[in-house]
Design a protein around this ligand. Structure first.
Ligand SMILES: C[S@@+](CC[C@H](N)C(=O)[O-])C[C@H]1O[C@@H](n2cnc3c(N)ncnc32)[C@H](O)[C@@H]1O
Length: 202
């Protein structure tokens, strides 16, 4: 997976041409609001791209927000959109697998990023990164294509997951809070089956 692929995806396609775009609040918002974390807690959106999740967090007065993405173009787009409201957001251009977390986060959100890791070594590196970037009591929410979801996204192969399969990777240091199956409707009206797993760090 290269940063070039994602730079190109954001630079060459408009919002409504990207299958993962959501209109309005991200489907990740309700999960976060229900978690009971405080507005001061550190929240990170992993592979946030130009998702509206950060807009929703800013509107809900969250104060300690980070968005990490391998594509600088995606983050520039969302920075432009959020304007002065986003000036206190920590915008991090980088690969989640090689990033050094500066401090532990209370809430780790990943919508449609982990499933691009099809190599078991990369998957294990991601799990290690979650461990490094969180602390006891942190929430970890990961949404991937479900077993019924598409086999590729943005021209890249993905690995589809059930909640049970994904939970096994984190079992050593996380308990399962909940899991949900749902459908994302692309901007052109097709449906994609997703699974969201909500974990808590032991
Ligand atoms: C399908 S998009 C989802 C974007 C966003 N989470 C959303 O829900 O709209 C996948 C995102 O993951 C980012 N990405 C892919 N691989 C990454 C990596 N290794 N590290 C950080 N970001 C990555 C891409 O640039 C892209 O923004």
């Amino acid at each position: 997976m290269t940063s070039l692929h994602w730079e190109n995806a954001y630079l060459s396609k408009a919002v409504e041409e990207r299958s993962w775009s959501e209109s309005g609040d991200s489907d990740a918002l309700a999960e976060l609001l229900a978690s009971g974390i405080s507005k001061h807690d550190a929240v990170i959106d992993i592979g946030g791209g130009s998702s509206t999740f950060v807009d929703s967090l800013l509107r809900n007065s969250f104060e300690n927000i980070s968005v990490l993405d391998i594509s600088g173009a995606a983050l520039s787009e969302v920075q432009e959109r959020t304007g002065h409201l986003g000036t206190n957001v920590s915008w991090i251009v980088g690969d989640v697998l090689s990033w050094n977390p500066p401090h532990p986060y209370s809430y780790w959100n990943d919508r449609a990023v982990f499933h691009f890791l099809v190599d078991p070594t990369d998957q294990q590196n991601y799990v290690n990164k979650v461990r490094e970037a969180t602390k006891s009591g942190s929430h970890i929410v990961i949404a991937t294509f479900s077993l019924e979801g598409p086999e590729s996204c943005s021209g890249l192969p993905v690995q589809r997951w059930s909640a049970e399969q994904l939970a096994v990777l984190f079992a050593e240091f996380c308990t399962v809070v909940s899991h949900t199956e749902y459908e994302h409707v692309t901007p052109w009206g097709s449906k994609q089956s997703f699974m969201r797993l909500h974990l808590m760090r032991k």
